[in-house]
Design a protein around this ligand. Structure first.
Ligand code: GRF
Length: 186
């Protein structure tokens, strides 16, 4: 059974989807640690409720060294970035080559890169006039949102969509896509 560490910074709904998929055996895996870069992330409570060990590292100084120490101690196989706003450094990337994945709420390479996270992604999509958007799961490399793509899924951008309408529609896709991507690589 593969052992997963999930990195979060916010609500943790993608993290919750992974934990639920493990519990229902949709995924032959176990979430053994959740690390947040934000002490107020609601995902911390969600993880703790499921009995998952949680850690908070706000200061980015040597954060990845601490994350790596926990990953090694817990024999983590894959690291999943789920709404994580920290930047992964080469220390972690080299230790977990092609074993770190990220979910991004657009059809990369469009609407990705530095500063493109959360609602800003959907704002960029709507402002660009694109008629479709979606979600992407990709391997993490030294770039931001640039690693090789594992899976993508599209959804329509509807006339009159608010940023929140689009965000909600894409988030529903993210929850399914993340599980399918993990099933594919585990
Ligand atoms: C999601 O849109 C995710 O794609 C993006 O940040 C948001 C976080 O959602 N990276 P959650 O914390 O998993 O609910």
């Amino acid at each position: 059974m593969k052992r997963l560490m999930i990195l979060i910074s916010g609500g943790g709904s993608n993290m919750q989807a992974v934990i639920d998929a493990c519990e229902s055996a949709k995924l032959n895996a176990e979430v053994v640690a959740v690390v947040s870069s934000n002490a107020n992330a609601l995902g911390i409570e969600r993880a703790a409720k499921k009995g998952v060990d949680t850690y908070v590292f706000i200061n980015k100084e040597d954060r990845d060294r601490k994350i790596l120490a926990i990953a090694k101690e817990k024999n983590v196989d894959y690291i999943v970035l789920a709404g994580y706003l920290g930047i992964i450094t080469p220390l972690l990337i080299d230790a977990y080559k092609n074993k770190i994945i990220n979910i991004h709420p657009s059809l990369l390479p469009k609407h990705g890169g530095k500063g493109m996270y959360g609602i800003k992604v959907h704002e960029s999509v709507i402002n660009s006039g694109d008629s479709i958007s979606g979600a992407t799961v990709h391997f993490v490399n030294e770039g931001i949102d640039e690693g090789s793509i594992i899976l993508q899924r599209e959804t329509d951008v509807l006339d009159g969509d608010s940023l929140e309408d689009l965000q909600k529609r894409v988030l529903e896709i993210e929850h399914e896509l993340l599980i399918e991507a993990l099933q594919k690589i585990l």
